[in-house]
Design a protein around this ligand. Structure first.
Ligand SMILES: [Zn+2]
Length: 440
């Protein structure tokens, strides 16, 4: 009995130290909020609707109706956004919260792994996730930690437990590549250098790496199917392939068995053919898609996350081999994007933030897509309902509709006329809780 009392008081003590943020979650579960929307782009419908009322119960959307037909629950908090355009919380399906657009002058990518304590990297990642949320990105698919191990699983838990603000995270943990297929590189061969991805050789190691990562909390598995790239002797882009077909198939088979999907970083050539033959679920970057690749993606239902913006930063000088490669990559990428768009490939919004400093606007990718011929509504859906389908979250995120999580943002102006207004998000709600509110 004495033992029982001691245990019980210990539980009370624990309850007393739960942080305020975690307690708030419970208090709001039965609250009602009503948002008046001047214009609503719901993430799925072909056209916006005007003068809508969104009723939110706890963290879910209860109803979306014309203002004239809406019923306001007694005691509901009312948010008047009748001069703004509302959209679902945005989804960036290709980020790296553990990268900060490392400046080569300050040691670049390598210094991040060689010099930064893991706690420093975690603190920076915490800021990255807050940056994403304040820009209206309420969900990220974060495609590997670049040497920070399973840190993304920890950040995700901290967000879910209410310790830090941040988007919903779908995390890929360590990623997989092969010997000779990832940084750090260029050091004396006698040194056993750490790598930014988990290195495997052979299908047995490949499957084991996937198992380890899935076991430790990976929501997606990320595979590097090409690594170095350069301009070939006929002026073409050559990309070094990494995993063999057998290695990739082991990863895909294992991952699909767990009900999860495989995202493949790939540029073109041999690596691209292996990526598609091996059953990658999403092609990341896909700089150099030929007609055969487009046809195979359509046949297999492969997603395409192009990440255009990141290939326009930091070009090497034009008269150097690296500079020529950088320019060739951007021009091929444009052609690939246009071909995929025309062919009807499922294009999903992704930026490679982290490769781009988090101080820059995430929404800069929207005008890139629109400039290359994508309709603004299509670009918005690539970052909302279409991304939700890829993430197996259809109807739960990426849409403002009954039953969905109350992830809602607002901007001034009409993004269908000027897509750049998405760089200026005024209001952010995630899970029914207001994170940011700058009334117009
Ligand atoms: Zn990336």
């Amino acid at each position: 009995m004495k033992n029982y009392v001691w245990k019980y008081s210990w539980i009370l003590l624990l309850a007393a130290v739960i942080p305020a943020a975690a307690q708030q979650k419970d208090n709001s579960s039965d609250s009602w909020t009503v948002i008046r929307a001047g214009s609503l782009i719901d993430g799925k419908s072909a056209a916006p609707r005007h003068d809508q009322v969104i009723v939110i119960h706890g963290n879910r959307i209860e109803s979306v109706r014309d203002a004239a037909a809406a019923k306001i629950p007694a005691g509901a908090a009312v948010v008047d956004l009748s001069k703004a355009t509302l959209l679902p919380g945005l989804i960036d399906s290709h980020t790296h919260i553990f990268l900060q657009g490392e400046d080569p002058a300050q040691g670049g990518y390598d210094a991040n792994i060689l010099n930064a304590p893991l706690a420093l990297r975690a603190a920076r990642a915490t800021v990255s996730t807050r940056r994403a949320l304040e820009q209206g990105f309420t969900t990220l698919r974060d495609v590997e930690t670049e040497g920070a191990g399973y840190g993304d699983v920890g950040i995700k838990e901290a967000i879910e437990q209410g310790y830090i603000p941040g988007p919903r995270l779908f995390v890929a943990t360590r990623a997989i590549s092969t010997t000779g297929g990832y940084s750090l590189e260029g050091y004396a061969p006698e040194l056993d250098m750490p790598k930014g991805a988990q290195i495997i050789d052979g299908p047995v190691e490949a499957r084991k790496a996937a198992r380890e990562q899935l076991d430790h909390g990976a929501d997606w598995i990320k595979v590097y199917m090409t690594h170095r790239s350069w301009v070939g002797k006929n002026g073409e882009l050559v990309s070094q392939p990494t995993l063999t077909l057998e290695e990739l198939r082991a990863v895909v088979d294992e991952t699909h068995g767990w009900g999860k999907k495989v995202a493949c970083h790939v540029y073109g050539g041999i690596g691209l053919r292996r990526a598609l033959d091996g059953g990658c679920d999403s092609i990341e970057h896909g700089l150099d898609l030929d007609d055969a690749a487009i046809a195979q993606m359509l046949k297999q239902g492969t997603w395409y996350v192009p990440t255009i913006s990141v290939y326009y930063g930091d070009w090497a000088p034009a008269d150097t081999p690296a500079g020529q490669r950088d320019r060739l990559r951007a021009s091929l990428h444009e052609q690939s994007f246009k071909k995929a768009l025309k062919g009807g490939v499922k294009i999903v919004f992704g930026t490679d933030m982290g490769g781009i400093p988090w101080t820059q606007p995430i929404a800069q990718e929207f005008p890139r897509m629109v400039d290359l011929g994508m309709q603004p509504m299509d670009a918005i859906q690539s970052a909302t309902s279409r991304a939700a389908v890829m993430l197996d979250m259809e109807g739960k995120i990426g849409v403002v509709a009954p039953g969905a999580f109350a992830d809602i943002i607002a901007v001034n102006g009409d993004p269908l006329r000027d897509i750049k207004v998405l760089e200026n998000v005024q209001f952010v709600m995630k899970d029914g809780k207001v994170f940011k509110s700058e009334k117009p």
